[in-house]
Design a protein around this ligand. Sequence first.
Ligand code: FES
Length: 370
Amino acid sequence: MTDNEHEIEQPDERVPKRVIGTPAPGTSMLGTAEASDVDRDVPGVTLQDEAKARKAEKIVALCFTITFVAALAFIISYVVFQVGSPEATGTSNLALGGSLTVALLALASGIVIWVRQIMPKYALVQDRHPMASAEADRDVVADTFVQGANESGFVKRKLLRRTLLLAAAPLGLVPVVLLRDLDNSKMPGAKFNAALRHTVWGEKTKEGRPLRLVVEGTGQPIRAADFNSPGGILSVVPEGYEHDLTALAKATLILIKFRPEEIKSGVRQNWTHDGIVAYSKICTHVGCPAALYEQNTHHILCPCHQSTFDAADGAKVIFGPAARPLPQLPITVDQEGYLIAQGDFDVPVGPSYWERGDAEAEARAKGAQA
Ligand code: FES
C-alpha cells in the first residue's frame, strides 16, 4: 500500500457532517443565525422574532408528532378493522378517515405555522409591464375605426342609425329584467309565490268535496277496498285534472299498498288509509317521474339518475342525488269508500332549490303547532 492510498482511506475529520434536509455545508440558509445578520439589512426582508420563532418551532414539532401518531393509527386501523358487514365497514371507514384527516390536518397546520411564524417575510414588488399600446398602434386603430364608421354610413344614414339604437334599447334592459330574479321574495318558498309550492290537491270539486284519486290513463276513481293487495302500486292523478298537463306536472302520485307491519316511522300514519300511502311521483332531484317500484325492498327508483327512495319509511332517500324524500300526500276515504286527498302536500313537490328549505321549515313548524 502506497502512502498516497493510505491518505485516501483516512476519514477527514475536518469535513463537516451533512444533515439530511439541510443545505450543503458552507451554503447560507435564510433564518439561521449566520444569515440573519446579513439579511437583516436587505430591504423588504423581515426576519421573525427569535423568541416567537422558537415557540412556533415547538408547536410545529407537536403538529408533526401528531401527524406521525395519526399516520400510525391509520396503518393500525387498516389492519385491525376488517370489513365484511355494513357495520364493520362503517367502523373501518370512520377509523381510516378520522386518522387520515387528523394526520393531514396536523401536517398542513405544521407547515403553515412553519412558513408564517419561522421563515422570514418578504415584501415582493413586481413591476407591471406597460399596459398601453405603442403610439403607432393606437393611431392605426383610431384611423381604422374612423374609416369603418365613415364606410358604414352610421352618421350619414339616419334611418339605419336610429333603428339600430331603437333595437338596442330593450336589449340593454334585459340584464335589469333578469336582476329581478335575485329578489328572494319572488322565489319559491316566499309567500308571494304560491304557484310552485301548491298543487291542485288542495282544491275542491264544484260540489265542494275533496278531490278523489283517479287512476292515470283511465280516470277511474279508486275504492280503498278494491286496492287491497299488499305490494300493489298505482299511478294516480287528481279527479278533474286528468288532461291538465300543467296541473299533472306537479300533482301526479304513486299509490302503494303496504301490510301494516311493513310501514316504518317515516310514514305519517294519519295520512294513510288502511296501509295505502300516496307519494308525489315527481323526483326531488330534477323532476323525472319516479315510479319504478321494487316490491320486496319497497324501493322506489327514479330512472333518470338512480335516486332510490324507501317507500316504507316516508320515501326517504337511500341512494342517489336526490336531496329530500318524495313528499307524502295526506289521503283518506269519502263516505262512498273512494280515496280522496285530505289536502295539499305540506311541502313543495319536485326538484330542490334554494328557498325550499325555508318552505319546508315553515311547513314543519306549522305541523308542530298543529
Ligand atoms: S331526476 Fe330523479 S334521480 Fe335525477
